[in-house]
Design a protein around this ligand. Structure first.
Ligand code: PAF
Length: 272
């Protein structure tokens, strides 16, 4: 099936269309992106593609969780109209020679500092998926906030006519942001994991109280370390550019964190 033809037919019939890119291992967070897509569009395609170019050697490409049958059943139940599940050879044929490299939010020294390959892999595959689908809207979760800002910048810079929409993070009842990688956590780690969100909320309160950013970041990192995390970063950034805030009281701020529990790397962020 040719995805572009299928979407073009929907558009010819006067339908608004949306695409929800995923890597499979679907959970309620992904399904909420489908819900969001259905609020904007009459026809929704979800893509499932475990994109090798956004994984570095030694990362979890080979062990990434997920079952295609379960994913497809979940998408059907949630009323997505189409699932697009390309093979690696279809997305990256032998002669594939292009990559899309984004600066700005993709070079904010957050995720990119620890996963330098990541955003080029994401930007390349998302460019391909958006070009293939040519939908009116594309939905990305705020859970991967730097990714959302990167894709937004890229679509703007490359004149991609699909409108990028960010959808709110879906959390477990104890505050842990839903993620396919939560499946890696042991029970003990799972019990500790909501501390990331708790810590971000405390830090957001301190920011709203007007306390200085460096002290807030330091205390948040120390508190996570004390709880047993290995911390990559906890940072307050400008919510649009992801630059370090110059005037925190007058800028929209976002708090972002990444930390390890054992072998599992968790990321989260909240608005201030
Ligand atoms: O967020 C993800 O699942 C992936 O990074 C994406 C956007 C589907 C690109 O592979």
């Amino acid at each position: 099936m040719d995805l572009r033809k299928r979407v073009a037919r929907w558009k010819r019939d006067g339908r608004k269309t949306a695409v929800v890119p995923t890597m499979g291992a679907l959970h309620e967070g992904h399904l909420s992106l489908v819900d969001c897509a259905l609020q904007h569009a009459d026809r929704v395609v979800a893509t499932i593609f475990l994109n090798p170019t956004q994984f570095a050697e030694g990362e979890d490409l080979d062990t990434y969780p997920g079952s295609l049958d379960t994913d497809l059943a979940m998408l059907r139940k949630r009323k997505a109209h189409l699932a697009f599940v390309p093979a690696v050879s279809e997305m990256y044929p032998a002669a594939f020679s292009t990559s899309v490299s984004v600066k700005g939010p993709a070079a904010a020294r957050l995720e990119d500092r620890f996963r330098p390959h990541f955003f080029t892999g994401v930007a390349t595959v998302v460019t391909k998926l958006l070009n293939q689908a040519q939908c009116d809207y594309a939905i990305f979760g705020e859970k991967d906030y730097q990714q959302l800002m990167t894709v937004t910048q890229m679509a703007q810079d490359l004149d991609i006519p699909t409108r990028i929409i960010g959808a709110e993070t879906i959390r477990e009842t104890d505050g842990l942001a839903m993620s396919s990688r939560n499946a890696y956590l042991s029970q003990e780690e799972r019990d500790l994991a909501p501390r990331i969100h708790e810590t971000l909320r405390q830090a957001a309160d301190s920011l709203r109280d007007g306390q200085a950013v460096p002290g807030i970041q330091r205390r948040a990192r120390a508190s996570l370390r004390k709880a047993g995390f290995k911390v990559d970063y906890v940072e307050a950034r400008n919510a649009v550019t992801l630059a370090k805030p110059e005037n925190p009281a007058a800028e929209p701020l976002r708090l972002l964190a990444a930390a390890w529990l054992g072998q599992t790397r968790l990321i989260d962020n909240i608005a201030v």
